[in-house]
Structure formats: structure tokens, C-alpha cells
Design a protein around this ligand. Sequence first.
Ligand SMILES: [Zn+2]
Ligand SMILES: [Zn+2]
Length: 178
Amino acid sequence: MKPIKVDTIPVDGLSIDFLLKPAWLKEIAQERPLGFVPSGPLTVHGELTKTGKDILFRGKVEGKIRLNCSRCLEPFLEKLEQPVRSEWRMVFTPLGSSDKEDVWQIEDLEAGLIKEGFLDLSERILEEVILSVPIKPLCRESCLGLCPICGENRNTNPCNCKFKDEDSPFSILKDYKV
Ligand SMILES: [Zn+2]
Ligand SMILES: [Zn+2]
């Protein structure tokens, strides 16, 4: 979505619908790690409102993202359904000369950044998606992971290797036995 010029946001708000397209996401992923691999577009839906100098976006980003399981290392699809709430404040910056128009700048209250009078919703929503990605994704809670001895995926290729309990992803559970 193109950046939104803040002085065009009507008093009764603006309904927002757009896609974060895979091509755009892949372009960004070349510059910085996203923590996920795009799998189809992410849809963004919400409402942008302006009250005085405060701008608020409330909405939701949905879609599917591809993650790598931190135990078995296999890729898997994860459903994403992330509420998004972002706030900005308009900061008036008089230029002090008569031949140029004074400009509004936008302070991103989450990132603490000040930018020219445009809101980049795509960028802000991508930040929310990146933050929502689990640090240690699991293909499923019961994933058995890789065998520490032969390296086989124990979900699909159970092996007969003998290894100590503390190597198992479930070793921590035994401390909670009642
Ligand atoms: Zn797994
Ligand atoms: Zn093994």
C-alpha cells in the first residue's frame, strides 16, 4: 500500500484494506531477516482515525506464513491472525519562510521515529508480524525433534539410538511429575 498522506485522512476515519504481497515481503527479506518465509499474501483490514493530532490504526493482519520448526527443522505453515494497534502523532514543523509550505511530520509512537507527513502502514504492519513470530517455532507441541545421535527426524523416522533423557525435548517435563 502506498504511504498515506496524513492530511487526507477524513474526520470520520478511513477504512483500510490491502495486501502485503509476497513479492514485496521477499524484497524486504533480502535486506533483513523476517523470521518467516512468506507464503501467499497477508491481508490487512482495519480503520484509520484521526483525533486532533493523534492518528490511530486498529485492525488485523491475517494469512499464512512458513516457519521452520526449532526441533525437527522442517518447514511448516502457520496461520497468522494478529491484531494490530498503532499510534502516531502529528508534529507541526514550521519552516519559517514564506515561500514554502509548513510541513506536518509524523511521530511513530512505537518506534519513536519522526518522518515526513506520510504514514507507511505496510512497514508498520510488517513490524507487528515480525514481532508476532515465535522465537522457537514448533511444527506441533509434541514434535520429537532430531535424534542427537543419528540426526534422523524422530517424527517420521523413529530410530533405535540410545541417548540420555536430558537430550530429549521432554526431559524438562519429568521435573513436574506429581
Ligand atoms: Zn518439528
Ligand atoms: Zn537416532
